[in-house]
Design a protein around this ligand. Structure first.
Ligand code: KIV
Ligand code: ZN
Length: 513
C-alpha cells in the first residue's frame, strides 16, 4: 500500500473562505481535533498576515502533538521570518513558500518578469532553508503556467533547497487526466525531480478537486492538501473526508492508505462547520445530513434486510449516529415497524395497519415525521406510551429589555405526575432548556442545534435537530413544529428521552449482571 500524507489546510486556505475566519483559541481547538483525526500535517494559518494568526500558529506549534506543523509564507523575507518564529516550538515542521508562476499572475498581479520571479523564488527558498530542513514550494496558478516555465521554476527551487514540490490548481481549472500528466512530466523532466516529494493542492471550481488529487497520486504525488468539508476560497478545496473515504472504500483497487482515524470524521466536520459558521450542504458526500439518509420505501426495505444493498460506507464507522432512515411519505410499513421497534415497542399487524394510516396522513401533510411525532402517533393510535417524559406545555416571554423567561409542564409517564418548572436565559431556547433540564434526572449537556425550514412560505414548519451529551455519550432528537421554539423544545425533550431510556437499559443490565 502507498501511504498518502494528508496535509490539512482548513485553518489556512479553508479560513480564506468568506466569513469563515476564526479566533486563535478556536484555531487551537480545531487543530487539536485535526490531530485526533490523524492528519499528518497541519497548516494552521499565515503567520505574517495578522498578530492573531501568528499567535494561533505559535500556540498550535506548542500544544498540538504528533503532527507536522507547516508555516505558510509568501516568498518574502518578512513572511519567512514570521513563519520560522511562529513554528519554532513545533516538534516537526516545514515551511511552505509560494510565488505565482502563470503569465497572467506575473503580468497583472506581481507585475514582474519571469527572471525576477525566478530569482525571488530561489533566493527565498535558500533563505528559508537556513532555518528549516523541510521546505515546500508552490508555484501559484501552476496549472495555467505552461510546462516550460513551470519545469524551469521547479528545477530552480529544487536546486536552491526545496524538498517538497506542491503543484497547485489555484483556480480549479485542471481536468484529472491533465493534472495527473503534469505531475508525471514535472517529476520526470525537472532536473532533481526524482529527489523530492510531491504534493497536490486542488480547488473545486469545476467540482473536480478530489478527482484531480487522486490523478496526482496516481502520477507520483504522495501528499495531498485538503480541507474539512471542502471549505475554502470560492467553491473550496479538495474535501478531506471525501478523499480519505474514496481511498479507504476503494483501497483494494487503489492500493493506497492514509493514517486517518475514520471514527473522528463526523465530529471534526461538525466542529469545523460550527466554528466557521459554515453549513454543510445536505447532499455533501460523506458528511452531509442526507449522505446516509434513505427515504424511498424500496431503499429502506433493502437496507433493513442488509445495509450493503444501498450503502457503500458504514456511517457508524465515521462516527455518524445511525438513525438515518428518514420517515416520510415514501417510507413503507417495514421501516415504520422497525423504527417503532427501536423504541422497544412491538405492534401487532392490526396495530401497524392503523398506525400506518395515521403516519401517512402526517407525512403527506408535512413531508417528514420526526421520532417525537411518531412516538405521539403510537400513543394516540395504539395507546402505548414509549417516552419516559412528555412535554405538555411551554410558555416563553421574550423581550429586548430583559432576560427571557420560560415555564414548562412535563409529565413523568411512569408515575403520571405532572410538574411545572421555570427558568431564564439570554434567549428563549436557553430559558426553555433550563426548564426542561430540571425535569430530567440526568446531567444533560446541550451540545448542538440545527434549525431548518422544511417547506417554503410563512406556514412552513421548522425542523430542529438537537444533540445532547450525557456522560460524554451523544443522543440526538428531532422536533418538527410550525413554531420553531416548540420544535427545539420537542427535539431537546426527545434527545433527553433517548438518554433516559438508554440509561435505564444500562442500569437494568448492570442489575442482571
Ligand atoms: O491555491 C493556491 O495556489 C494556494 C497556495 C498558495 C498553495 O493556496
Ligand atoms: Zn489554495
Amino acid at each position: 500500500m502507498k501511504r498518502i500524507t494528508i496535509f490539512d489546510t482548513t485553518l489556512r486556505d479553508g479560513e480564506q473562505s468568506p466569513g469563515a475566519s476564526l479566533y486563535p483559541a478556536e484555531k487551537v481547538r480545531a487543530a487539536l481535533q485535526l490531530a485526533r483525526l490523524g492528519v499528518d500535517v497541519i497548516e494552521p494559518g499565515f503567520p505574517a498576515s495578522s498578530p492573531g494568526d501568528f499567535a494561533a500558529v505559535q500556540e498550535i506549534s506548542r500544544t498540538v502533538q504528533g503532527v507536522e506543523i507547516c508555516g505558510f509564507a509568501r516568498a518574502m523575507r518578512g513572511d519567512i521570518d514570521a513563519a520560522v518564529e511562529a513554528t519554532k516550538d513545533a516538534a516537526r515542521r516545514r515551511l511552505h513558500l509560494f510565488i505565482s508562476s502563470s503569465q497572467i499572475h506575473l503580468d497583472f498581479q506581481l507585475r514582474k518578469g519571469r527572471d525576477e520571479v525566478l530569482k525571488m523564488a530561489t533566493d527565498m527558498v535558500a533563505y528559508a532553508r537556513q532555518f528549516v530542513e523541510r521546505i515546500e514550494f508552490s508555484p501559484m496558478d501552476a496549472t495555467r503556467t505552461g510546462d516550460e516555465f513551470l519545469i524551469e521554476m521547479v528545477e530552480a527551487v529544487i536546486a536552491a533547497g526545496a524538498t517538497i514540490i506542491n503543484i497547485p490548481d489555484t483556480v480549479g481549472y485542471a481536468l484529472p487526466q491533465e493534472y495527473g500528466d503534469m505531475f508525471r512530466r514535472v517529476r520526470t523532466q525537472a532536473r532533481g525531480g526524482e529527489s523530492v516529494e510531491y504534493s497536490a493542492h486542488c480547488h473545486n471550481d469545476l467540482g473536480l478537486a478530489v478527482a484531480n488529487s487522486m490523478a496526482a497520486i496516481d502520477n507520483g504525488a504522495t501528499h495531498v492538501e485538503a480541507t474539512i468539508n471542502g471549505i475554502g476560497e470560492r467553491a473550496g478545496n479538495c474535501s478531506l473526508e471525501e478523499l480519505v473515504m474514496a481511498i479507504e472504500t476503494r483501497k483494494e483497487t487503489l492500493q493506497w492508505e492514509t493514517g486517518i482515524q475514520f471514527d473522528q470524521i463526523y465530529d471534526t466536520s461538525r466542529l469545523i462547520s460550527r466554528l466557521m459558521n459554515f453549513p454543510i450542504a445536505y447532499n455533501k458526500a460523506v458528511v452531509g445530513r442526507n449522505a446516509f439518509s434513505h427515504e424511498a420505501g424500496i431503499h429502506q426495505d433493502g437496507l433493513l434486510k442488509n445495509r450493503n444493498t444501498y450503502e457503500i460506507m458504514d456511517p457508524e464507522a465515521l462516527g455518524i449516529p445511525r438513525n438515518m432512515i428518514i420517515l416520510g411519505k415514501h417510507s413503507g410499513r417495514h421501516a415504520l415497524k422497525n423504527r417503532v421497534g427501536e423504541f422497544g415497542v412491538q405492534v401487532s399487524d392490526a396495530q401497524l395497519d392503523a398506525l400506518f394510516v395515521n403516519f401517512k396522513k402526517m407525512a403527506d401533510d408535512q413531508k417528514r415525521v420526526s421520532d417525537d411525532q411518531l412516538i405521539s402517533l403510537v400513543g394516540e393510535t395504539v395507546d402505548i406510551m414509549i417516552d419516559p417524559y412528555t412535554l405538555l406545555d411551554i410558555q416563553v416571554v421574550t423581550s429586548n429589555q430583559m432576560s427571557r423567561m420560560a415555564s414548562v409542564t412535563v409529565r413523568d409517564n411512569a408515575t403520571g405526575e405532572e410538574a411545572s418548572y421555570s427558568g431564564t436565559g439570554e434567549g428563549p431556547v436557553e430559558a426553555l432548556i433550563h426548564c426542561i433540564k430540571q425535569a430530567i434526572p440526568l446531567d444533560v449537556e446541550f451540545a448542538d442545534l440545527e434549525l431548518h425550514s422544511i417547506a417554503s412560505g410563512e406556514t412552513a414548519s421548522g425542523e430542529a435537530a438537537v444533540m445532547i451529551t450525557v456522560d460524554g455519550e451523544p443522543y440526538r432528537g428531532v422536533g418538527i413544529d410550525r413554531d420553531v421554539i416548540m420544535a427545539v423544545s420537542r427535539a431537546f425533550m426527545s434527545a433527553c428521552n433517548h438518554a433516559v431510556r438508554a440509561n435505564a437499559k444500562d442500569a437494568a443490565a448492570s442489575v442482571t449482571v
